[in-house]
Design a binder for this molecule. Structure first.
Ligand code: 5RP
Length: 217
């Protein structure tokens, strides 16, 4: 199976979690795009979706799925999203697609966060994938210096402007042995909007496609 086929298969497996769920939180990325395609097949039986990015909103709308405002919907039953890295504790690195802030908001507002991924995303220790940090543009250099003090090597994702009009620093060479502590430390830096560490609010269920098998943990 190609990586894209693995993503499609795991996206299909997530349908199990949205039976009788009227409004679904929808993440961002190539794995979730497959999920959105499946969602389109059942749009008659849902009220709509809460979207985590402009890209996802456009895709949902183009397939006729109503996009709802999180403020109107309140707590969501289920949020389905991908990840860039997943550790055995269901803690994640996210933000490769620069949508981390809205993704984190929807994860926080959801009862069940179902993370879907191909097997390449599983790691024992988070940090090989550069950790995305969304920052207010004028704070970028200051935040970068603070991230160096925490042991990372931040690199400005030049040319990338988030949906919230902010910048991204990708922090390389972190060996994240205590994800909650690092998430808290980065959250404390003035100018940081969101760090793409999902440790304080990890996934509730992870579905990973390993060849023909869906592994759930
Ligand atoms: C976007 C994300 C994505 O979930 C993550 O990058 C995984 O993407 P893909 O499904 O394309 O591998 O966090 O901000």
């Amino acid at each position: 199976m190609t990586q894209d086929e693995l993503k499609q298969k795991v996206a299909q497996a997530a349908l199990e979690y949205i039976k009788d769920v009227p409004v679904i939180g929808v993440g961002t990325g190539s794995t979730v795009n497959h999920f959105i395609n499946y969602l389109a097949d059942m749009k008659g039986s849902i009220d709509g979706a809460v979207s985590s990015s402009v890209g996802t909103t456009e895709r949902l709308k183009s397939l006729g799925i109503p996009v709802l405002d999180l403020n109107e919907v309140g707590t969501l039953e289920v949020y389905v999203d991908g990840a860039d890295e997943i550790n055995p504790h269901k803690q994640l690195i996210k933000g490769g697609g620069a949508a981390l802030t809205r993704e984190k908001i929807i994860a926080a507002a959801s009862k069940t966060f179902v993370c879907i991924a191909d097997d390449s995303k599983r790691v024992d220790v988070l940090g090989k994938f550069p950790l995305p940090v969304e920052v207010i543009p004028m704070s970028r250099s200051y935040v970068a210096r603070e991230l160096v003090k925490l042991g990372g090597q931040p690199v400005w994702r030049e040319g990338c402007v988030t949906d919230n009009h902010n910048h991204i620093l990708d922090v390389h060479n972190l060996n994240i042995l205590d994800p909650i502590k690092l998430e808290q430390a980065i959250n404390q830096i003035t100018g940081v909007i969101t760090v793409g560490l999902f440790a304080m609010r990890p996934a509730d269920v992870v579905l990973v496609c390993q060849g023909e098998t869906i592994v759930k943990f």
